[in-house]
Structures are given as structure tokens and as C-alpha cells.
Design a protein. Structure first.
Length: 137
């Protein structure tokens, strides 16, 4: 069961993408706050700031400036303090190499963002069901 007071960290350079996740989760009545970071570097700073609450899950886009999703994953999964955070890729990329690279860094899942909002709601519902039924540290 997810702790409702822990945020969902959305790492996506597109503000509309973050807002779409926030709106979908509100529609699904997910009580967790959503925190957005524009790139991997910003997300690492968030995760390493001990004054900030630990996220219950990280939703990660791959195609971002400054530090992309794969670079972020590499650093997170090599860091003993950060590696336990569950990461689900939520991206427009359907490239096989992106999928392969992501799973090499032990992601919890890989979801392609559909263009249709109703389909996006279904993706978010699946993510919610996954992490609410998973036993998290």
C-alpha cells in the first residue's frame, strides 16, 4: 500500500506532461501529491535533499535536456541511498533500445504515453494498481 503522504515524483521536461499526470491521478482519486522535475539533474537534487519527502514512486521520461532519463537511471541505480526507489518509465519513446537500456537499470515498468487522454488514464490506472499492490521498503 502506498503511503498517501509521500509524493509521486514526475521527471519530465514538458510542463504539460507533468500537468497531465497530475490531472489523471486526481481523476483516479490518487491522494499523493505530485512533484515535477524538468530533468534528471533536477530530480537528483530533489532526491538528495534530505529535507524533502521521499517519493513513493518515480515516473520518468527519457527524452530530456541537461540529463536524460537513462543517465538519471544509471546514477540512481549506482547510488546505494537512491537505488531502492521504484522507477516506472513513462515516455513517448517506443524505441527498442530505450526499453532495453531502461530494463538494464532495473526499472519497475516501461509505459509508452498514448496520445489519447482516455488511454493515458488507463496507463495511469495500471501504474496506480501496480504500486498500491506492491510491497515497498
Amino acid at each position: 500500500m502506498r503511503p498517501a503522504d509521500r509524493p509521486i515524483l514526475v521527471v519530465d521536461d514538458d510542463d504539460i506532461g507533468v500537468q497531465t499526470v497530475r490531472r489523471a491521478l486526481q481523476e483516479l482519486r490518487v491522494p499523493n501529491p505530485v512533484v515535477g522535475c524538468h530533468n534528471g539533474e533536477e530530480a537528483l537534487n530533489y532526491l538528495r535533499d534530505s529535507s524533502r519527502p521521499r517519493p513513493t514512486i518515480i515516473l520518468l521520461d527519457l527524452n530530456m535536456p541537461v540529463m536524460n532519463g537513462i543517465e538519471f537511471l544509471r546514477i540512481v541505480k549506482e547510488d546505494e541511498q537512491l537505488r531502492q526507489h521504484p522507477v516506472v518509465i513513462l515516455t513517448t519513446s517506443t524505441e527498442q533500445q530505450d526499453k532495453t537500456d531502461s530494463f538494464q537499470f532495473s526499472v519497475a515498468g516501461y509505459m509508452a504515453k498514448p496520445m489519447d487522454y482516455r488511454q493515458f488514464i488507463q496507463i495511469m490506472r495500471h501504474i496506480d494498481q501496480y504500486w498500491t499492490s506492491s510491497e515497498l521498503p
